[in-house]
Design a protein around this ligand. Sequence first.
Ligand SMILES: CC(C)(COP(=O)(O)OP(=O)(O)OC[C@H]1O[C@@H](n2cnc3c(N)ncnc32)[C@H](O)[C@@H]1OP(=O)(O)O)[C@@H](O)C(=O)NCCC(=O)NCCS
Length: 216
Amino acid sequence: MGKTIATLFSGATATYEIRDAALDDSFLWPEEENILGGVSPKRRWDFVTGRKCARFAMETLGINAAPVLAGDKNEPVWPDGVVGSITHTRAYAAAAVAPVSKIFSLGLDAEPDQPLPQKVLTRISNTEELNWVERTRGNEIPHPGKLLFSAKEATYKAWNSATKEWLGFRDAHIIFHIENQTFTVSISRPSSMQKLSGTFGIDRGIIMTAIEIPVS
Ligand SMILES: CC(C)(COP(=O)(O)OP(=O)(O)OC[C@H]1O[C@@H](n2cnc3c(N)ncnc32)[C@H](O)[C@@H]1OP(=O)(O)O)[C@@H](O)C(=O)NCCC(=O)NCCS
């Protein structure tokens, strides 16, 4: 599934990813360090490396470096003029950022390309999605349940950043188009964002899903 993270988004969005790197917190802003506090080594790596990806992606866009703070629910609070999304999993971290003049909201998620426990699959899926997972498993996509889960997480990040509202797993119905590595999301809650488009890739053991909502 040869899509790299950069190809999941349009040219308006910059991305950066880090794999298997040692912890490097030398560049963390004091404001970001305050958010983190005393946490486990894994959480420290995730946060620090996600912020590093965000910093490098902003630099690619020519945006002056500034801290990415955190809101009440731990959501990233981006510098003025910027939208973005951060993800991390198992020694992998990535960020996508874009100017608000071009992009309304972004959602990026990464998961290990491994099976999703059946219990979780049942909890997050509607009947059609479950049937798709059963049909697809082991054919073109090794772990379609995990891909579905990731697409819902990316959807939540883009949705919540834009609306500040909760979205349940069953509020989003996802249809995958494997041939071009895209998916469409139908949101069942009343909103101006009823249909979203996403892309996905599987690269070196990591499933990546992305939602980019352009300014209309
Ligand atoms: C918030 C959530 C989406 C994070 O996803 P995850 O797969 O657990 O973790 P990831 O590593 O991919 O992402 C973590 C990053 O998401 C970002 N994030 C956290 N809350 C967020 C929110 N409400 N909106 C957008 N981004 C958020 C943060 O940057 C966080 O990293 P950081 O704490 O180091 O800054 C997930 O924990 C969650 O709450 N899901 C339940 C809601 C949901 O997914 N509904 C499905 C709707 S279809």
